[in-house]
Design a binder for this molecule. Structure first.
Ligand SMILES: Cc1cc2nc3c(=O)[nH]c(=O)nc-3n(C[C@H](O)[C@H](O)[C@H](O)COP(=O)(O)OP(=O)(O)OC[C@H]3O[C@@H](n4cnc5c(N)ncnc54)[C@H](O)[C@@H]3O)c2cc1C
Length: 536
């Protein structure tokens, strides 16, 4: 593996050389480092070095979009630098890589002094932990902050939407579906090694709640199915036969799976990309701004931080091509900032619009007709679809890591097609873009989800009422207006967006990762064919 911190490869040039070049002479860019009154200039001090670097292609973010981009660029012969703000989290049998739910610590949260889990009253020293909670008006967007992005702490539900549901969420991309179905979704499935829970595991005690879900789902008029997961089930068997400490079998996976066996992006797409020798991954590198220079090249202003978030070095990277894959909140924030600060001229007006939460909501299903048990195995391996619902929706059982003795409780997640009603606006006092989500936007969907579940017995408690949040942030840089169908930013050669930010609000009543990756595969095939060697 090519770990690149603090000094990474590529053609690093001296500050003097670079500053002397016309290529980095744009006033807006220079102002960010030398000027006064902005956050970057304030953070910079005499003690923080500023270095310059030249790259052909840079990928920002190492999740689904980033992993696919890096691998396909490398295979096309393009030397590529991946900038990732988070850390690597290597796992293996009986590892103690991630904190557990009952003993939550600073590894769970990105540079905060408190837990990002609502209701958990714990404080600590800030650390570059795995989840960032991006607080907006009416919605907190939770997202991954690690090498591998959201694949590190996600359950791994890997669902492909039906053609009709795909079109309901993404009408502008409906004509891509047949091709995605033919090769892009299968390619992702193959790379992630997905499979459903085997019968012998589903029969065991820890999966009692999953069996019960199948039973009550049918009574609720849902069509039960087993959820495809990127899991090596032999690791679950290792827990069941006592070789490994429980983590899958207790659903203690909210911050990552300690035992390993999960085919996350760091050990699949990124590992394959690095194995080509053309991809370098720079961890703890936070992209603060993106600008265009006088020669229409892309300039990334990057802070290299330590695990406490303290800036160790400021780096200005000039690149021929930039692939923004910082996730829906990350990419949207960067581009909304660039437009507001005039760092890139003529960015599309639609940047910062068409954001949605995928209808994602966590419910506690209490008193359903049967005992779900106190040990509820995971990852979320059974779900139910509602084929005739007026709004496409899916409900999946995700085991509770701390189910209560004597309480018949099962946690379920529901999601579906929602209007992409969220917007992001620049706030100069924070030097950041802030999300606003109208709470009523997914109300009709939630009414349908709750009614479905209740039909199976018991009551549904919406755990998001007090503090609305989502794990499924989507949109902000929508396809069809801000970017074309291949992720090219409108009017800006060499600038691409291939992550969840280009999907307007929902992914056809499915968890998003499979569709983000499949669309990235599709776009990269076009970009490699048309842009490599021509645009960059
Ligand atoms: C707890 C949790 C559970 C989930 N469960 C599921 C599930 O079971 N199934 C599913 O399909 N989806 C799930 N999701 C959602 C899924 O993880 C995301 O939809 C997916 O990861 C988004 O992919 P992406 O490529 O858009 O961005 P991400 O995977 O989020 O990757 C973005 C990367 O960019 C990095 N980054 C951000 N800003 C910067 C910056 N300024 N500089 C440098 N790097 C930056 C981040 O650290 C991150 O690594 C879950 C999410 C969470 C948080």
């Amino acid at each position: 593996m090519s770990e690149i911190s603090p000094a990474f490869g590529g053609s690093r040039v001296s500050r003097r050389q670079a500053l002397g070049a016309a290529a980095v002479g744009a006033a807006a860019v220079g102002g960010l480092l030398a000027g006064s009154g902005n956050a970057l200039a304030q953070v910079a001090s005499a003690a923080v070095r500023v270095t310059e670097q030249r790259e052909r292609a840079v990928v920002v973010g190492s999740g689904f979009g980033g992993g696919v981009s890096a691998l396909r660029l490398a295979q096309a012969g393009v030397s590529t630098l991946v900038l990732e703000r988070g850390l690597r989290w290597p796992t293996g049998p009986n590892a103690d890589t991630f904190c557990r739910f009952a003993n939550m610590d600073n590894r769970s949260a990105w540079l905060t002094d408190h837990s990002v889990v609502p209701g958990v009253d714990k404080t600590w020293t800030p650390y570059t932990g795995v989840i960032e909670a991006v607080e907006g008006n009416g919605m907190t967007a939770n997202c991954g902050a690690a090498v591998g992005g959201g694949s590190i702490m996600y359950h791994g539900m890997t669902l492909q939407p039906t053609k009709a549901n795909f079109a309901a969420s993404m009408p502008m991309a409906a004509n891509l579906y047949d091709e995605l179905n033919l090769w892009a979704y299968p390619r992702v499935a193959n790379m992630l090694g997905i499979s459903t829970i085997p019968d012998d595991i589903l029969k065991t005690d820890p999966y009692k709640s999953s069996r019960l879900f199948n039973d009550v789902a049918t009574k609720s008029g849902l069509k039960p199915f087993r959820v495809p997961l990127p899991i090596d089930w032999s690791f679950v068997r290792g827990e069941l036969d006592g070789r490994y400490a429980p983590t899958y079998t207790t659903s203690d996976i909210a911050f990552g799976v300690n035992n390993g066996g999960k085919h996350s992006i760091d050990v699949t797409y990124l590992a394959a990309a690095e194995a080509t020798g053309r991809v370098r991954v720079a961890t703890l590198h936070v992209v603060k701004d993106i600008a265009m220079d006088a020669n229409k090249r892309w300039v990334l202003l990057v802070d290299r931080i330590d695990t406490a978030g303290v800036v160790q070095e400021k780096i200005r990277i000039t690149a021929d091509a930039v692939f923004l894959n910082a996730g829906s909140p990350g990419t949207t924030r960067l581009l909304v900032k660039s437009r507001a600060k005039g760092l890139i001229p003529d960015l599309p007006d639609s940047i910062g619009t068409q954001w949605g939460n995928n209808g994602d909501r966590i419910y506690a299903w209490i008193g359903m007709n049967g005992d779900a048990g106190t040990q509820q195995g995971g990852p979320a391996c059974v779900g139910g679809a509602a084929p005739l619902s007026p709004i496409p929706l899916t409900i999946i059982h995700a085991g509770a890591p701390a189910a209560l003795e004597g309480v018949k409780l099962m946690t379920v997640v529901g999601f579906g097609v929602v209007p992409a009603a969220g917007t992001w606006a620049y706030d100069a006092t924070k030097d950041d873009a802030v999300l606003t989500w109208p709470l009523a936007a997914d109300a009709a969907l939630q009414t349908l989800i709750a009614a479905r579940a209740v039909a199976g017995g018991g009551v549904m408690v919406d755990t998001n009422t007090a503090a609305p949040s989502t794990w499924h942030s989507l949109g902000g840089v929508p396809m069809g207006s801000a970017v074309d169908m291949n992720g090219r930013v409108t009017g800006h050669k060499g600038l691409y967006v291939l992550d969840g930010s280009r999907i307007p609000g929902s992914t056809g009543a499915c968890n998003p990762s499979m569709t983000i990756a499949a669309l990235a595969e599709h776009s990269m095939s076009r970009i490699v064919a048309s842009d490599v060697g021509r645009v960059f």
